[in-house]
Design a protein around this ligand. Structure first.
Ligand code: SF4
Ligand code: SF4
Length: 283
């Protein structure tokens, strides 16, 4: 006990406790940093861009009534499929391009026949042939002459415009779609087959017999006289002027009503019968 403590105890005080010496806190060693293993992000391989080139299509309007184009529009929502599948580069009724585009087009769909006395029409059909990979005579006037076969000229104000011909009289035609007008389903199926390269479906359209002069009497020479008629009535159903009537199970043809569109002999299953294609369409 020191002097101060002895004095405190003499006067009744308590000796001062020695100051507590706290042991120095040892620094806690830091836990080693555990790094999470690097997760490598899988980078998806870049998809190769597949560029689909749509076929360029020109719709050429000659001496026709625009009914064939209306039939194309009558495909309703399917028209969007057609317009989506092709690049329509020329169509005076629907777009503002005044002339056929420079360079080649893949498909030219031609409506109307050609007036031989109209220089511009003759020039246009020849230019169409030069530029197009595939020329399609669309509709009776273009494919068979149709009502234009009755033209004799002598009418105001171009009395000299008297000779109208189907386009195959002036150029080589690759495919024909007869009918006045052709049914919307036919033009739809044709367009899709042309875009997808379905040659089996296109075959009957590419036959020469589908184009040029036609009349209801073709049924006599091509079908009935060859004992091929089975009396199905398809010809009568396809005639736009009701020039064909079924009599005793055979077509009877009225020459006065016939407009020479060629639809009847084109529709007759005995002039062609793409059996395999029909089967796939029926499934
Ligand atoms: S008979 Fe009828 S379908 Fe046949 S060519 Fe004449 S108008 Fe056309
Ligand atoms: S479509 Fe042909 S097979 Fe059928 S009735 Fe007419 S001519 Fe005969």
């Amino acid at each position: 006990m020191g002097i101060m403590d002895s004095l405190r105890s003499m006067f009744g005080g308590k000796p001062k406790a020695a100051p507590e010496v706290k042991p120095e806190a040892k620094p806690v060693p830091k836990a080693p940093e555990v790094k999470a293993p690097e997760v490598k992000k899988e980078v998806a391989p870049k998809k190769e861009e597949v560029k689909v080139t749509k076929p360029k299509v020109a719709y050429v309007h000659l001496s026709g009534c625009t009914g064939c184009l209306v039939s194309l529009a009558d495909t309703y929502e399917k028209l969007l499929d057609i317009l989506g599948a092709v690049d329509m580069v020329y169509n005076l009724t629907l777009a503002d391009a005044r002339t056929l585009p420079e360079g080649k087009v893949d498909i030219a769909i031609v409506e109307g026949g050609v007036c031989l006395q109209d220089e511009e029409s003759v020039h246009l059909i020849k230019e169409t042939r030069e530029k197009a990979g595939l020329v399609v005579a669309y509709g009776g006037c273009s494919a068979t002459g149709n009502v234009l076969n009755f033209s004799r000229g002598g009418q105001w104000n171009q009395p000299q415009h008297e000779s109208f011909v189907p386009i195959n009289r002036l150029i080589k035609v690759d495919a024909y779609i007869p009918g006045c007008p052709p049914a919307p389903e036919v033009i739809y199926n044709f367009c899709i087959a042309a875009v997808t390269g379905d040659t089996e479906y296109l075959k009957p359209f590419m036959a020469n017999e589908a184009g040029g002069y036609h009349c209801g009497c073709d049924l006599n020479t091509r079908v009935i006289e060859n004992s091929l008629c089975m009396g199905c009535g398809t010809c009568a159903a396809s005639c736009p002027t009701r020039a064909i009537e079924m009599v005793y199970g055979r077509p009877s043809f009225n020459n006065i009503r016939c407009i020479k569109c060629g639809a009847c002999s084109f529709a007759c299953p005995r002039t062609f019968l793409p059996v395999n294609k029909i089967k796939t369409l029926l499934v």
